[in-house]
Every structure is written in structure tokens, then in C-alpha cells.
Design a protein around this ligand. Sequence first.
Ligand SMILES: *[C@@H]1O[C@H](CO)[C@@H](O)[C@H](O)[C@H]1NC(C)=O
Ligand SMILES: CC(=O)N[C@H]1CO[C@H](CO)[C@@H](O)[C@@H]1O
Length: 354
Amino acid sequence: MGKLLALAFVGILAALIGERFVGFRYRMCASRELKLKRLPSCHLVKGIEYGSEDIDILPNGLAFISSGLKYPGLKSFAPDKRGEILLMDLNEKNSQPTELRISRGFDLAAFNPHGISTFIGDDDAVYLFVVNHPHSKTTVELFKFVEEENYLVHLKTIRHELLASVNDIVALSPDSFYATNDHYFTELILMLLEMFLGLTWTNVVYYSPKEVKEVAKGFYSANGINMSPDGKYVYVVDLLDHNIHVFENHANFTLTPLKVLQLDTLVDNISIDPYTGDLWLGCHIDGFKLFMYDPENLPGSEVLRIQDILSEKPTVTQVHVDDGSIIQGSSVAALYGKKLLIGTVFHRALYCDL
Ligand SMILES: *[C@@H]1O[C@H](CO)[C@@H](O)[C@H](O)[C@H]1NC(C)=O
Ligand SMILES: CC(=O)N[C@H]1CO[C@H](CO)[C@@H](O)[C@@H]1O
């Protein structure tokens, strides 16, 4: 009897693990084969070798790029190099990114930038929010950009218990934002377990100096976040559920769920076309290749465009697909006029004509 029970227990456990594994496999990969699709005129951006995880472009064509992310489970080609914020002028023909200097007193040695977001103040001042992971913790750094001197003045470091594992951020004012937490646990082993078990414990948090609150929850891995040009809608990507959640954004900083658009790919960051409101997505086709880096079996890149996301039948266009031979692990695709800048988690950046 004891043996039978033990056997039944093992059986149930195996079934449970099997079931979790099937779910895990499903979440980690798109279900289709990768077919190359390349834009005709692209070049790799000189000077970006160690990632261009997030990109934010100002209306005047200046692009901020966060580079050098070190993240548990993710490849880094320069593990000892600190992170940096690069600036690239997209109006120049052969523009090369330059590193922005940061004011004294900021702990540059531990700088590990992740998602970024800009906000233009009433006085035309440009504020840059940067998600930072110094010593594997999460902070949000607020800078003011001084264009004449290619310089960032560090204004403050924001820490909060609700901002435990922030991935990305969208600025709402010079001192408030929505942010996604992509993991509930911050310790690698628990984080992996969380992914394997398929816990939906990640969320979206509203932050202002007066109030901090959870505004949406129930994601496997809440990742990129962005807002429609009119500020009425907020888009949140669930990387491991392969979809985009559309929320209505209210004046009291609450979000109500409107719809979910299912896609067959692991979406990372969302960039918004400021004129049309189209969504541009940097995506990963195979999460295993991304997290278990193998130079013989490179992670690919995919860029999608979504038009009319609020309509019943949004148009989803595959713009660019690479098997990793040119660009690996695309995390963002940002538009400037007829140009597209494709950024990656830890690899290079590709600049294309559309
Ligand atoms: C926030 O605003 C929305 C829309 O006006 C309203 O439905 C909701 O009850 C408000 N929530 C709070 C907490 O005030
Ligand atoms: C290129 C681009 O738009 N990247 C976005 C990634 O997500 C952050 C937060 O929403 C945006 O601010 C960035 O613009």
C-alpha cells in the first residue's frame, strides 16, 4: 500500500512537472518557424557592441540609448564594463553615438541601465528616467539633459518597495511614471522557478512622490510599457504570454483593462509612432536561445508593426526578421521619420530605411 501511494505520488508529481514544462515551453517560444525578412537598406550602428536595450527618441531626432545591461540569465559581451547612456543624432547621415557624461556624485561604477523614458517639461527641459540595477537591485534614476554639453545632471534616485524588479518605465511628468515589474522574485533561482511554474505575479506600478500604487497585475512577465500619443491608452507587454494588454488611462492614474491582443512572439519593448499612434515592437522568437546563449545557435530578432490596435482587426505586419547572423535579440524598434532604429538586449543596433 505504501509503495502504491508512493508511486501515485511520483506519478502525480511527474504529471505536474510535465504540465508545467509544456506550459513553460509554450511561454518561452513562438510556435512557428523563423523565416528571414530583411529591410533592404540597413547598417549596424558603429560604436554599439554591448547592447542597446532601450531607445527613446526626442521629437528633434536625438535618440537616447541604454547600453551595457547586465541581467541575471542574460548574456553580456562585456561583463566588466559599466553601463552607459548613449546619444545619437538621427538627423546626421553617419551619426555615431556618444556616451553622455553624468554629473559628479552619481555612482557610475555600478550603473546598469535598463528601460528608459523621456519627458519634455513645460520649459522644454528634457527629463530622462532610467531604470537602473546597481548591485542587482532596482532604482529609478532621474536626470535632466543639458543638450549643449552632452551632459546628464543627476536629480534623484528613486527607490520603493513596490519598485522591486523594474523592467521598463513610461514617464508621465517630471516626477511621476508607470513602471513594469518583470519578476516577483529578484533572486535568480527563485526567478527561474517563477518562470517555470508560470506564476503571474508581476505588475504595473504608478509612482509619484505623493502616491505609489499597483495599477495592474496578473502578468507572467510585464515588460515594455508605453502610452498612446494622446495619453488615453497605456500598452503593457506580457513577454511570456505573447501579448499586449491595452488599458484605458484615467486622470486619477488608474488603468482599466480594455483588450488583449494575442501575438505569436515574445514581445519586449513597445515604441509608439508619435504621428500615427502605430505600435512598433521589438520581439524575441525563441526565449530559450535568448536566455541560454549559444554562439552556435544564435537568438534571432523580430520587429512587428501594429496598426489600429483598438479596432476589431488590428493589422499586424512583420517588418524585419533575422536569425541572429546580423542582429541578435531585438528588444526595441524606434521610429524616426522614415528610419527605424532596432535595439537589442546585449548585441548591436541596426539602423534601417523604411
Ligand atoms: C478613477 O477614474 C475612473 C474614471 O473616471 C473611475 O471610474 C474610477 O472609479 C476612479 N478611481 C478612483 C480610485 O478614484
Ligand atoms: C523606442 C521606445 O519607444 N522604447 C520604449 C521602451 O519603453 C519605454 C517605456 O515605455 C519607452 O519610454 C521607450 O520609448
